[in-house]
Design a binder for this molecule. Structure first.
Ligand code: XIL
Length: 359
């Protein structure tokens, strides 16, 4: 069922009005002094098309002001063995970003996921701390002053069980307990005192008990970290929106208002709309996708101006969504702002609208 708001935003006039805005370069000329800048738009980048596809690079150059390596800075890519650091992807992407006057975001230093097998051999708190320290020292120092924002801790909150969500199990939690989070932030701060340090989390935005529990757990964690003097500067909302659920506008708005009142920034870091439950017809599906993103961004932007609005990929041609959320009808997912032929979709119009709203 389409709600009234969905009907409205999906209507020809709303989308038509957005679509009539030029799709050309998102970054407009420098604003007159005193005017606010656009919110930067960012995307995560996959190495293969970056190296092999001109159209892909042109799309990044045309639309993005910030890039994130999709997997170039996660443990299992960087450290296939204990003593190796493979920086090729991150180095190449940073060079591309700097050439095009974009920033690059660091993702991520402490996460339960994407861990190489050798880390299963870590068997004590001392060893875990040593590895975390070696990792952060090597990686953060290499890009000091160039990567200005780090998603330091990724996805620390566990899936909710009942009304409560605790910390997510990981090698770090098992060996170091909850203080692994403090450690990761403090170590990063020591290596690059000027970097902006974030906690990054998903499943915060929708209606339902599980989402409510995760919002509360994340807010509780953020408050505890700040109370302990941990150098935390902001919260990344990934925004892998599960299309089948409504956005909890009021709860998300209040959540972001709380983050703001704690003096922290908010970043939209991995937006995409999971469309496996949506109708097949492309105009309907794209309107629903745009509508979900509209609700999500509206709830955030009416509470606080996000530092960036970034999607997890830029084109439907390269998206992680089908890994877990393939459509039953066999049609391709359409979670991202550009379609598989690099044509902008209504989702891009929504993002462009919010990025420009405060300009
Ligand atoms: C995904 C990548 O897109 C995939 O290529 C990889 O195989 C698994 O991870 N939250 C995150 C991202 O923080 O790092 C994840 O990216 C998606 C969920």
């Amino acid at each position: 069922m389409l709600s009234r708001r969905h009907a409205m935003i999906g209507s020809a006039s709303f989308l038509g009005a957005l679509a009539s805005e030029p799709f050309a370069k998102a970054q407009t000329a420098a604003p007159a002094s005193g005017a606010r800048r656009r919110i930067p738009y960012g995307a995560c980048v996959n190495l293969k098309p970056l190296e092999e596809e001109r159209e892909y690079r042109i799309a990044l150059e045309t639309y993005c002001q910030q890039l994130t390596p999709e997997y170039g800075l996660v443990w299992d890519y960087l450290r296939p063995t204990r003593d190796q650091f493979v920086f090729d992807f991150a180095d190449k992407l940073l060079a591309f970003a700097e050439l095009n006057e974009m920033t690059m975001r660091g993702h991520t230093l402490a996460w339960y996921g994407a861990m190489p097998d050798w880390t299963k051999q870590i068997s004590s708190a001392a060893e875990a701390e040593r590895e975390l320290k070696t990792h952060i020292e090597n990686v953060v120092s290499r890009y000091r002053g160039r990567i200005k924002t780090w998603n330091v801790v990724n996805e620390p909150i566990d899936d909710a069980k009942g009304a409560v969500a605790g910390l997510r199990p990981s090698i770090w939690l098992r060996h170091l307990g909850p203080k692994y989070i403090d450690m990761a932030f403090r170590l990063t701060r020591q290596v690059d005192p000027k970097a902006e340090l974030l906690i990054n989390e998903y499943d915060i935005e929708c209606v339902g008990e599980g989402y409510k529990a995760r919002r509360e757990a994340l807010l509780g964690l953020v408050r505890d970290l700040l109370a302990r003097g941990v150098p935390l500067h902001g919260v990344g909302l990934q925004g892998h929106i599960r299309g089948k659920y409504e956005i909890d506008d009021a709860a998300l708005h209040n959540f972001v208002s709380e983050i703001r009142s704690l003096g922290l920034s908010v970043h939209v870091t991995e937006l995409d709309v999971i469309d496996d439950g949506f109708p097949a017809a492309i105009p309907v599906r794209d309107a629903l996708i745009a509508s979900r993103a509209y609700d999500f961004l509206n709830a955030i932007c009416t509470a606080m101006r996000p530092s960036v609005i970034a999607t997890w990929g830029i084109t439907d041609r390269y998206t992680w969504v089908p890994t877990w959320n393939k459509r039953k009808d066999g049609l391709s997912n359409r979670p991202l702002p550009l379609d598989a032929s690099y044509q902008p979709k209504p989702l891009w119009s929504v993002i462009d609208y919010f990025c420009g709203k405060t300009a």
